[in-house]
Design a protein around this ligand. Structure first.
Ligand code: SF4
Length: 848
């Protein structure tokens, strides 16, 4: 070291002293970020002082002082998944939730009319007694299918019903946003129909790809870990092509080329690429001969090349008129794809979350098969964001036995699609009034023909962080349903949550991010992950107890469920191990359970049958509660067992199926697909083979005469689905605006920053315009996840008040289209005009 650093050293010492003084008296506790959709369980290293989390760092348990992105992180460790599980800004910013001035601190009971924030404080005993009584009364009066509870992937989150003679179960995946209902299932089913199996290949296999194509996948926003691997692949020379109606962050950060596409037309692009592969004989004939069921293959080829009856060739020229992509670009892309083997295409949720968009996932599977891009490193089928591989066993699975649970006595009935609860409530009233036939009712809500229909009179919304009013499309109908249902119990941690004005009773729960994981061990009845695995690489197990005192009278969800179960007389079945555990002992007891689970878990083999190496004792693990297993037993590659291992595909024919005879031959409104659990297929009109068609909500729709702009609703970097929109740190970090192309704005006389009125057939809002060349003309964008903030301006479309925050779900209709699963929409046709023009119109019902 040269002398030039000498003066600096003195200053550094001073800074060090100041920093040490600032952190004096702090203890370190860990929690994990339980957000889904990215990886789950990034490490939150909390600094706790005087019972409060004063700052949050993230993982430094490995490569300390380097950082994952640091060039010194050894390449071998990157390939083995041995790097830090670092939280993004969403994870680290959750402290703002915990100490928000609008934190909900006490149980409250409705005092004034709905919708309003007119509540009075009550005790926990009063709140819990009332919910238990209402639950039992409702079931007594209307039967076991009368309480809707938060659902998840075809399960029920009604924690009690299965111990009390039955409950409502849902098919699809209920989640925080408009479309997860069907999407997870969509991909599962599209993959299952083609391949009999589901899943992606692991991110590490990017390095073996000759090219990567991302369709509607803004990894930089949604999947920080995936984008890290993409970045490394790019640095290794793998070209990355992004295809999206917006110029995304991913395109900007790592894209080699970006192709703008009209939303909802992805399948047309894929079909035109297939046309080029066929016509120029670029497809992998050997692969297709060996692995694709020949009859379906020929049907597909005839459809694509236009030799089938009534079909036209799906040429790039044909696709240009639909997708807006020049035919030359499609030719180039198809030729590039045909030659770049292996090629990894990832098309996650966005393309499928449109009417008929689900078929795009199947179309991608066909294309991957034509390219021979299945079954090897650097290849994948279509799929969601995770590889599906588990390098360590999730301890979550063992929780019930350590909680002493006996298991359900009466299975829940799969009687509706997860997001259709609002229509289940509203249309049931018509059935009861003799205005609607019961069978029609069942068809409208996705109730299988051979199943009893629900009769919802109570909503039990205690699975934290759900947004029942506006977390899904069709919000005005949901609003109506929430006003119509007899009783709503709702739990959250923020008083300003838009669903609260519709609740009868509100419970303050611990923040699932800071304190929630603190005192909730994982169990089917606990609903969060104290001890679980990182879903990004699935090679790391973490435990998070968290630090800081719970503010006010907030309580974790598990505690709430246990108290209600005790009141219903089923406390011996639900978490019996917590029987008679007082609140003061709750956290310690849950840690005891986590300890037991850990001791069991560390002595069992991983899913590949291998014992996990070097698993520390609990006491050691507890000091820095993250364990990693090196991913040295091979990466998960989609369909490797078939293509490289020679196993038959578990389809009817044993091969990849472009045409599903099973679909053609079965009544899908009754028969559950063998591997899809108790799922029903909506109105049963799933086509045996995917074919592009214009959508009623698309850019070719006659509706565009009145609503010419196609609204897309991607995720924000500062929210996780609907979570954190109230965060004071992030709330205004991003422009609260509607994105418009320059030409669309110009045609309407709109300038950047102008106040505009955005409206569709079902909703309207007032926002500012963000005029940008990042958007495809004819397309606009409102970032998903804002919380409805009604103004005093009430209209026919917006009886609760025009939204001023930009909750895009108010603009999206909730029609149940007769496609595979129906109502998974994240888009709508809208019109935008200057707000001042609109406000002059005589449309307003009332101005307060
Ligand atoms: S939001 Fe996702 S990526 Fe960010 S910290 Fe949480 S789990 Fe990790």
């Amino acid at each position: 070291m040269t002398d030039q650093y000498a003066p600096l050293e003195g200053q550094l010492e001073e800074v060090k002293c100041k920093l040490l003084a600032r952190h004096e008296g702090e203890t370190i506790e860990f929690s994990t970020c339980p957000n889904n959709g990215c990886f789950d369980m990034c490490v939150l290293k909390q600094h706790v002082k005087n019972g409060k989390v004063v700052s949050i760092e993230t993982d430094d348990s490995i490569h300390k002082g380097m950082g994952r992105e640091d060039k010194y992180c050894p390449w071998e460790d990157i390939q083995l998944g041995m790097y830090q599980k670092r939280a993004c800004v969403r994870g680290r910013g959750q402290r703002s939730d915990a100490y928000s001035p609008t934190r909900l601190l006490y149980p409250m009971k409705r005092k004034g009319p709905k919708p309003s924030w007119d509540f009075e404080r009550i005790s926990w005993d009063e709140a819990l007694d009332e919910i238990a009584n209402k639950y039992m009364e409702t079931r007594e009066k209307y039967g076991p299918l009368s309480v809707y509870s938060d659902g998840m992937q075809g399960q029920t989150w009604d924690p009690f019903g299965e111990y009390m003679g039955g409950a409502i179960a849902l098919w699809g995946e209920d989640s925080f946003e408009p479309t997860n209902t069907a999407d997870m299932l969509t991909y599962n089913i599209q993959n299952t129909l083609c391949f009999g199996i589901d899943g992606l290949s692991e991110n590490q296999t990017f390095f073996d790809a000759k090219a990567i194509i991302l369709i509607g996948f803004d990894a930089a926003i949604n999947y920080p870990e995936t984008v890290y691997y993409l970045l490394l692949a790019k640095e290794k020379g793998v070209p990355i092509i992004t295809i999206d109606p917006r110029y995304t962050w991913t395109a900007e950060a790592i894209g080699t080329q970006h192709i703008f596409i009209r939303p909802g037309t992805d399948l047309a692009l894929l079909e035109a690429m297939a046309y080029v592969l066929f016509s120029e004989e670029l497809y992998d004939k050997e692969f297709c001969d060996q692995w694709v069921e020949p009859e379906g293959f020929e049907l597909y080829r005839a459809y694509i090349t236009g030799i089938a009856d009534g079909e036209i060739p799906k040429t790039p020229e044909w696709a240009e008129g639909i997708t807006g992509i020049p035919a030359e670009t499609i030719y180039d892309l198809a030729r590039f794809y045909g030659e770049a083997k292996p090629c990894y295409i990832r098309m996650v949720w966005a393309a499928a979350r449109q009417v008929y968009g689900k078929q795009a996932a199947r179309g991608l599977n066909y294309l991957q098969a034509l390219g021979g891009n299945i079954g090897h490193n650097g290849c994948a089928g279509s799929g969601v964001g995770f590889s599906g591989a588990e390098h360590i066993m999730t301890p979550f699975a063992f929780m019930p036995q350590f909680m002493g649970e006996t298991g359900p006595t009466t299975p829940a009935t799969v009687c509706m699609e997860a997001e259709m609860w609002h229509r289940a409530i509203l249309l049931r009233q018509k059935v009861d009034a003799g205005e609607m036939d019961l069978e029609d009712y069942k068809a409208e809500i996705g109730c299988p023909k051979n199943t009893e229909a629900p009769n919802i009179h109570m909503m039990l919304c205690i699975n934290s962080n759900r947004n029942h009013l506006s977390g899904w499309y069709g919000c005005n109908e949901r609003r109506e349903a929430m006003l119509a249902v007899d009783y709503i119990a709702f739990a959250h941690y923020n008083l300003r949550h838009p669903s609260i004005p519709y609740a009868d009773i509100v419970l303050p729960i611990s923040s699932p991010f800071i304190e929630g994981v603190n005192q909730i061990p994982s169990s089917p009845h606990m609903g969060s992950y104290t001890i679980g695995i990182n879903t990004g690489t699935q090679n790391a197990m973490m435990y998070g107890r968290g630090g800081g005192d719970l503010p006010g009278e907030t309580r974790p969800m598990g505690w709430i469920i246990k108290q209600i179960a005790d009141r219903m007389g089923i406390g011996d079945k639900i978490m019996p191990v917590m029987e008679s555990v007082g609140w003061e002992q709750w956290a310690d007891k849950t840690e005891e359970v986590a300890h037991d689970v850990y001791d069991f878990w560390k002595n069992i083999p991983a899913p590949d049958g291998q014992m996990m190496p070097d698993v520390p004792e609990w006491e050691e693990f507890r000091k820095y509660p993250i364990y990693r297993r090196p991913m040295d037993s091979g990466y998960h590659v989609f369909a490797r067992a078939q293509i490289e291992g020679g196993a038959p595909f578990p389809t009817q024919s044993g091969k990849i199926e472009f045409y599903s005879k099973w679909v053609a031959e079965n009544d899908l409104t009754v028969a559950p697909y063998p591997d899809a659990g108790q799922k029903c297929f909506g109105k049963g009109n799933l086509p045996p083979m995917a074919k592009y068609k214009h959508t009623p909500e698309g850019m070719m729709s006659p509706k565009t005469l009145d609503y010419p702009l196609y609204m897309v609703t991607p995720h924000s970097f500062y929210r996780h689905h609907c979570a954190y929109d109230h965060s004071l740190w992030y709330r205004d970090e991003f422009r609260n605006s509607v994105w418009m192309s320059v030409s669309d704005a110009k045609a309407r006389g709109i300038k950047d920053g102008d106040k505009v009125h955005v409206h569709s057939t079902v909703g309207e809002c007032l926002l500012t315009a963000y005029v940008t060349s990042r958007m495809t003309p004819g397309v606009c964008c409102i970032i998903f996840g804002r919380w409805y903030e009604p103004s005093g301006i009430k209209t026919e479309l917006m009886p609760g008040g025009i939204d001023t925050r930009g909750d895009c779900n108010f603009l999206i209709p909730s029609d149940f289209y007769d496609d595979v699963l129906g109502a998974d929409l994240n888009n709508a046709l809208v019109q935008i005009e200057l707000a001042e023009d609109y406000l002059k119109l005589d449309k307003l019902m009332e101005v307060k």
